[in-house]
Design a protein around this ligand. Structure first.
Ligand code: AHG
Length: 336
């Protein structure tokens, strides 16, 4: 059952993680130290997001990233903040960002640094110019023990989502909320600007098992595979009854709403993006881990997202994620 903060007292994310680790006698505190690096970076990002327009972080840098997208000034600020904060943790050996072509080995940390952090520094950063919610997404893996020799970071990074040891996101909305799973359910923390700390506000979050809401950019519907089109036509039919469409255009915001209210988010293959637009390693996998830990589901139209064996860091995937019953319903239209 989710509890609200008044019942939980003031428990910071750091306290919560350390208490959670006490349940694991072998825990060394390394993990909580790593997560504190991520939360520190998101506080730096949040302070820039809140002052966008007052400090020079609006607009683009005039450069294009590996995705072929214009890099927003805030993308660079966010990317640097995360790499800098994680770089000094000592236990993070590899970072992989949506913004960078290749994974980065943190040489100062040395080969014993077992954690790998993949992240989207700022999802849909272009929305900042129009004051719409944006977010940060992160996924945490560990170096593989079966990778012989030292042929660079990529073989360590390309692991299926099932190997994640933790994942989460931060949504910079009307308040700044972090959602985190380490494999024992999903907890949410709200950044209290008065004390500069993330405070536990929802414990053991469960996604509603169904929800009459779908989230999809229907402008591309004509180029979706037929199964998706059949589902969308059904959702608008009398038989379905009162489905609503909600679409913010920031994955983190659309997912956060789906996690709390139920429903389904879909980004199908399109003519322009036949593999789908969203990236497997640092968008679909972390949000799928959160979704499943909250009782939801996440597939690519054929298989469970977290079972997919990645071939490349920036590979894309179709994504259907949300309430278990709604995801199952979409899948029924795939097979008709
Ligand atoms: P980008 O970071 O390249 O702007 O893309 C953001 C993603 C994701 O946040 C969102 O769900 C999706 O793009 C929206 O794509 P459309 O604009 O095609 O609907």
């Amino acid at each position: 059952m989710a509890h609200n903060s008044t019942k939980l007292g003031l428990i910071t994310m750091a306290q919560h993680i350390i208490e959670g680790q006490r349940a694991h006698p072998t825990a060394t505190g390394e993990f909580s130290w790593l997560l504190s690096g991520i939360t520190l970076a998101t506080k730096i990002i949040e302070s820039n997001v809140r002052r966008a327009g007052l400090v020079d972080v609006l607009g683009d840098t005039g450069t294009v990233n590996v995705q072929g997208e214009e890099v927003q000034k805030l993308d660079e600020v966010a990317n640097e903040a995360i790499i800098r904060c994680l770089g000094y943790r000592g236990n993070v050996g590899i970072v992989a960002s949506e913004e960078d072509d290749e994974p980065i080995t943190i040489k100062e940390a040395g080969p014993a640094a077992r954690y790998i952090v993949l992240f989207v520094p700022l999802d849909r950063s272009s929305n900042i110019d129009v004051n719409v919610t944006i977010g940060t997404i992160f996924s945490i893996l560990q170096r593989r023990g079966d990778v012989s020799g030292w042929d660079g970071p990529t073989p360590h990074v390309l692991q299926p989502g099932l190997k994640q040891v933790a994942a989460g996101y931060v949504v910079y909305g009307s308040s700044t909320v972090a959602a985190l799973t380490t494999g024992n359910g999903v907890d949410m923390f709200t950044l209290d600007p008065e004390i500069g700390a993330y405070v536990l506000t929802r414990k053991n979050v469960k996604m509603p098992s169904d929800g009459k809401s779908y989230s999809c950019n229907e402008a591309y519907k004509a180029t979706f595979p037929e199964g998706y089109q059949r589902y969308l036509d059904w959702a608008k039919s009398e038989e379905a009854g009162n489905y609503t469409l909600r679409y913010i255009g920031s994955l983190v915001a659309d997912f956060h709403r789906t996690l709390l209210r139920g429903g389904v988010f879909l980004y199908p293959p399109t003519l322009k993006q036949p593999e789908g637009k969203l990236r497997l390693m640092y968008e679909a996998n972390p949000l799928s881990f959160v979704a499943e830990q909250a009782g939801g589901a996440a597939v690519d139209g054929k298989q469970r997202i977290m079972e997919k064996q990645p071939n490349s860091l920036h590979q894309r995937t179709p994504l259907i994620i949300g309430s278990k019953q709604e995801v199952d319903r979409v899948m029924k239209f795939m097979s008709r």
